[in-house]
Write a new protein. Structure first.
Length: 759
C-alpha cells in the first residue's frame, strides 16, 4: 500500500464513505481474497468470532456489526502473506531492528517456531519439541518461581488465560504483568475502592435509555468506532452527549453511519455532541470537582425551599459512606485551583453541571485520557463521587462505564491474570485443584521490567502483545529484555519485542481469532468477555496458514505438561477439549455456571455486577466517597516549571503497537507519524513556524536524557501548553518511574517536555 505524505484538515464527518473506502483498501491489501469478505460477515455473529478490534459489546441491532477499524484488525490477521525461516535467513535481527513497526508486521504471519541464533544474529527454525525442551530447561533451572514473568496482552481467550494463570500459580508465582497494568488499572482500583467491583456497572442497552452520556478522555471514532452507533442512537433519542477531551476529535463531533446508505451518499451526517469541553491534560479531576462544587451550591440553596436539596439523599444516607468529608474537601478546594488545573472557565463547568443536573439517567464513560496520569485513581473516584451523589449506579440508563481496550482484557482479569489476586480466588483454586497457590503479590509491568533489568528474571513469556514497544522508557525496556535468560513470544506477527532477545529467545507462532481451531476432538470455540461483562463464544472460520501454527491453548498446555507433568491436571485433555477448561472455570469462578451451556455461551450471558444491585463489597460495605485533594502537580517528584505536557495517543490506522498504515485521517495527517500537535499560539510564542521540525526532550530529575528527534509541528485545536504525539514512537520519553499513584500505570498522557528546533 502506498502512503502519500500530506497534512490537510479533514472536513467530513467520521464514518461515512471514507470509512467504507478505507475498509475496502485494507481488505484488498490483506491479500486474503474472498476469505476476507467471508470473515467480515462473521464478525460478532453468534456462531462467528468476536471482533479482535476492541472490547465494545456486541450490538444485535444490525445485520453486520463491525467497523472500519475492526475490519482492519481482521484483514491484518487473515492475510495470506507469511514469513518463515527463509525470510529470517535473509534478514538479520540487526537489519530488522532498523525497520518500522509497520514493516515488521506487514511481512505477514509467523508460521513456524523460531530460535534466535546469537552467533549469526538470525532467527532460525526450531522444532516445537526442541522449543518446549528449551523452555522447560530454563524453567527447571530457576532457583525460585518468581524468576519467571508471565506477560499477557488482552486478546487472549478466557480459556487460554485460565490455563496460563493455572500454570503460573502451580509453578508458584503471581508474576502476571499484563497490558491492563498500562491501561485501565486505575479504573479497576478506583472502582474497587469506591464501589467494591472492578468493572463497569452498565450494559449496552443502558445507552439507549440514558438521558445524558458524559464521555471523558477517549477517542471512540478511532478506538471504539461501534460506540459511535450507541452515542448516535442515544443522541437521536434526545440524550445529551457531553464530551471532555483535550483535543477536538472528529468522531465526537460529527458522525455518519456507514451502514446507512443515505448518510453515506448525502451530507446527512449528524452532530453527535451537545457540548464539547477541552480540559488541560490531567485536568479532569478538577473539572468534576468543579461540577460537584456547582451542584453542591445548588443543593444547599434548594435545600432551604425543597426538602432534601438536589442530591439523592436517600441513596447517600443508606448506601454510601463519607459524604461529609467529601463535602468538606469540596468546600476547601477553591475555584482558582479548579480553573487553573482544568483549563476550563467557571461558566463552562457550571454549564456542564447544569446538563448533568437536568438529566435523570446519566452514564459516565472514560478511556486512557483518565487512566494514564499520576492521579488517575483519584480521578476515577471523583467521577464515581459525582455519580453517587445522584444515586446513578444500578439505575436503568445510568452508571459507570470504563471502556476497555483489548477485546478480552476484561475477561483475562476475570480468569485470574492478575499480579495481586484476591484471596477468595486463590482459596477457590486451592480447594478445587488441591495445591497451595502463592499468596504474595507478584510483579506488575513496571515491577517486572525493573526485576528484568536487575538480571533477576530467567524466563519471560509473552502470551501475545509487544511489551518492548508498549512499555515506557524504551531504551530501559530493551535493556531489561536483553538481561533475561530466555524470552519467549507466543505471537501472530513479527514485532519489536522479538528483536530484543534475552540470552536465548524463541518466537512461537499461534493462530488468531479468525482461524479454525481444530483438535482431535473436532473444532473448538473459545469465549471472551466484553466491557459490559457479557461472556460469549468466538469461533474462527478461516483455515490456518500453516500446520505448524498452534493455538495458544495447545502451546500453554504442552508447556505446562512438560514442566509440571500431568499428576494434578491432565493438560493434554484440556488442550483437546476446551469444554473441560470451561468446566473448571464454571466450578471455580462464581457467576460462570452458564459457561458450560453451549447455547447460553453462543447467545452470550451476563456476569452479574453486585454494585449495580447496590451490594457494595467495600470496607464499609457501602459505596465510599473519596475525599482526595486535587493533585499539586501532574508529575512525580518534580518541582520544575513545565511549559509543555505531552500526551501519547493512537492514530486512526494503528492498533496499539501494530501500525496498519501511516494515516490519521480524522486529524488530517497522511503518510507520516512523526507529528507533534500543538496550539498555534505556542508555535508563535516559541518563535517557531508550522511545519518545522522539533526535537522533544523529557524534563525529569534523574540525569537521563530522553529525547526524540524531528517531529513535525502541526497546529491543532488543543489548549495552550498541551501537546500530543503518537505512541509507540514517543514511549522513549516516558520515565520508568513516572507512573500512577496506586496503579503503577505509566503516565502516558502527561509527560513533561521541552522543545527545540531540530538541526
Ligand atoms: N483502532 C484501534 N482500536 C483500539 C486501539 C487501537 O490502538 N486502535 N487500542 C485499544 C486499547 S488497548 C485501548 S486501551 C483503547 C484506547 O482508546 P482511547 O482511550 O481512546 O485511547 P487513546 O488513543 O490513547 O486516546 C486518548 C483520548 O483521550 C484524550 N485525552 C488524553 N489525555 C486527556 C486528559 O487528560 N483529559 C481528557 N479529557 N482527555 C484526554 C485524547 O485527546 C484522546 O482523544 O482502544 C482500544 N481500541
Ligand atoms: N506511550 C503509550 N504507551 C502505551 C499506551 C499509550 O496510550 N501510550 N497504551 C498502553 C495500553 S492501553 C496498552 S493495552 C498496551 C498494549 O500493549 P500490548 O498488548 O503488549 O501490545 P499490542 O500492540 O496490542 O500487541 C501486538 C502484538 O500482539 C500479537 N498478537 C496479535 N493478535 C494476537 C493473538 O491473537 N494471539 C497472540 N498470542 N498474539 C497476538 C502480535 O504479534 C502483535 O505484534 O500499550 C500501552 N502502552
Ligand atoms: Mo489498552
Amino acid at each position: 500500500m502506498k502512503f502519500k505524505k500530506k497534512i490537510k484538515p479533514y472536513s467530513s464527518a467520521a464514518g461515512g464513505w471514507d470509512s467504507i473506502k478505507s475498509t475496502a483498501r485494507f481488505v484488498f491489501d490483506s491479500h486474503a481474497g474472498f476469505k476476507s469478505i467471508r470473515s467480515l460477515l462473521n464478525i460478532n455473529k453468534n456462531n462467528g468470532f468476536d471482533c479482535p478490534g476492541c472490547a465494545w459489546g456486541k450490538d444485535n441491532k444490525s445485520t453486520f456489526d463491525f467497523c472500519e477499524n475492526g475490519a482492519k484488525a481482521v484483514a491484518w490477521e487473515i492475510t495470506n502473506k507469511a514469513i518463515d525461516r527463509t525470510f529470517f535467513s535473509k534478514n538479520s535481527v540487526k537489519f530488522l531492528c532498523n525497520q518500522s513497526d509497520h514493516f515488521l508486521e506487514y511481512q505477514g504471519r509467523l508460521i513456524e517456531p523460531l530460535y534466535y541464533n546469537s552467533q549469526n544474529d538470525h532467527y532460525e527454525y526450531i522444532s516445537w519439541k526442541n522449543a518446549f525442551q528449551l523452555i522447560s530447561k530454563h524453567i527447571n533451572a530457576m532457583d525460585h518461581p518468581d524468576q519467571i514473568e508471565l506477560y499477557t496482552s488482552g486478546r487472549t481467550s478466557n480459556e487460554a488465560a485460565w490455563i496460563y494463570q493455572l500454570f503460573g500459580r502451580m509453578l508458584g508465582t503471581n508474576n502476571f504483568p499484563d497490558c491492563s497494568n498500562m491501561c485501565h488499572e486505575a479504573s479497576g482500583i478506583g472502582l474497587n475502592l469506591s464501589i467494591g467491583v472492578v468493572k463497569g456497572t452498565v450494559n449496552l442497552n443502558d445507552f439507549d435509555n440514558s438521558e445524558a452520556i458524559f464521555v471523558f478522555g477517549q477517542n471512540p471514532g478511532s478506538n471504539h468506532p461501534r460506540m459511535l452507533h450507541s452515542l448516535r442512537r442515544a443522541f437521536d433519542k434526545g440524550a445529551k452527549i457531553v464530551v471532555f477531551n483535550t483535543l477536538r476529535e472528529r468522531g465526537l463531533e460529527r458522525f455518519s453511519d456507514p451502514r446507512k446508505p443515505i448518510e453515506v451518499i448525502t451530507p446527512l451526517h449528524r452532530i453527535i455532541n451537545s457540548a464539547y469541553y477541552q480540559p488541560n491534560l490531567g485536568g479532569d479531576m478538577a473539572v468534576v470537582r468543579g461540577i460537584v462544587k456547582c451542584l453542591l451550591e445548588q443543593h444547599r440553596s434548594t435545600k432551604i425551599f425543597k426538602k432534601g436539596g438536589i442530591f439523592d439523599i436517600d441513596f447517600i444516607k443508606n448506601k454510601t459512606y463519607g459524604v461529609n468529608d467529601y463535602f468538606k474537601v469540596i468546600d476547601n478546594t477553591n475555584w482558582d485551583q479548579i480553573l487553573l488545573q482544568s483549563g476550563l472557565t467557571k461558566e463552562q463547568i457550571c454549564e456542564a453541571a447544569s446538563i448533568y443536573y437536568n438529566a435523570k439517567k446519566i452514564i459516565c464513560t472514560w478511556g486512557m485520557g483518565i487512566t494514564q496520569h499520576k492521579h488517575s485513581v483519584n480521578t476515577v473516584r471523583e467521577i464515581i463521587n459525582l455519580q453517587l451523589l445522584f444515586g446513578q449506579i444500578g439505575r436503568k440508563g445510568a452508571g459507570l462505564c470504563p471502556v476497555r481496550g483489548h477485546s478480552n482484557v476484561q475477561g483475562n482479569r476475570t480468569m485470574g491474570i492478575n499480579e495481586k489476586p484476591d484471596i477468595i480466588f486463590l482459596n477457590a483454586l486451592e480447594k478445587y485443584f488441591k495445591f497451595k497457590p502463592p499468596q504474595s503479590k507478584g510483579h506488575n509491568t513496571i515491577e517486572a521490567l525493573n526485576a528484568m533489568i536487575k538480571g533477576k528474571i530467567r524466563v519471560f513469556i509473552s502470551l501475545g502483545g509487544n511489551l518492548v514497544a508498549a512499555a515506557p522508557d524504551s531504551i530501559y525496556a530493551k535493556q531489561a529484555f536483553s538481561r533475561c535468560g530466555l524470552t519467549v513470544h507466543i505471537s501472530t506477527k513479527l514485532n519489536r519485542s522479538h528483536l530484543v532477545p534475552g540470552k536465548e529467545s524463541l518466537i512461537l507462532p499461534t493462530i488468531g481469532r479468525t482461524e479454525i481451531d481444530k483438535t482431535i476432538n473436532g473444532n473448538q470455540f473459545i469465549t471472551v468477555e466484553d466491557t459490559f461483562s457479557m461472556v460469549h463464544s468466538s469461533q474462527g472460520k478461516c483455515k490456518p496458514l500453516s500446520k505448524k501454527q498452534r493455538s495458544e491453548i495447545a502451546i500453554i498446555s504442552e508447556l505446562a505438561y512438560q514442566v509440571l507433568g500431568d499428576d494434578k491436571i491432565k493438560w493434554n485433555d484440556l488442550a483437546n477439549d476446551y469444554n473441560l477448561i470451561r468446566k473448571q472455570i464454571s466450578e471455580v469462578i462464581p457467576g460462570f455456571t452458564e459457561l458450560t451451556n453451549k447455547s447460553s455461551v453462543f447467545k452470550g450471558f451476563y456476569l452479574k455486577n453486585k454494585a449495580s444491585k447496590h451490594i457494595f463489597n467495600t470496607l464499609s460495605k457501602k459505596a465510599q466517597f473519596s475525599s482526595a485533594v486535587l493533585p499539586k502537580t501532574l508529575f512525580a517528584n518534580l518541582d520544575l516549571e513545565v511549559q509543555f505536557t505531552l500526551q501519547t495517543l493512537r492514530a486512526h490506522d494503528q492498533y496499539n503497537t501494530t501500525i496498519y498504515g501511516f494515516d490519521d485521517r480524522y486529524r488530517g495527517i497522511y503518510g507520516q507519524r512523526n507529528i507533534l500537535f500543538i496550539n498555534i499560539n505556542d508555535i508563535n510564542t516559541l518563535g517557531f513556524k508550522e511545519g518545522q521540525y522539533v526535537d522533544i526532550e523529557t524534563i525529569w530529575n534523574d540525569g537521563i536524557i530522553r529525547s526524540i528527534k524531528k517531529f513535525k509541528l502541526v497546529a491543532y485545536n488543543i489548549p495552550i501548553g498541551n501537546l500530543a504525539a503518537y505512541y509507540p514512537e514517543t514511549n522513549v520519553l516516558i520515565p520508568m518511574d513516572s507512573f500512577g499513584d496506586y496503579s503503577y500505570t505509566p503516565t502516558s498522557k502527561s509527560v513533561p517536555v521541552r522543545l527545540k528546533l531540530s538541526e
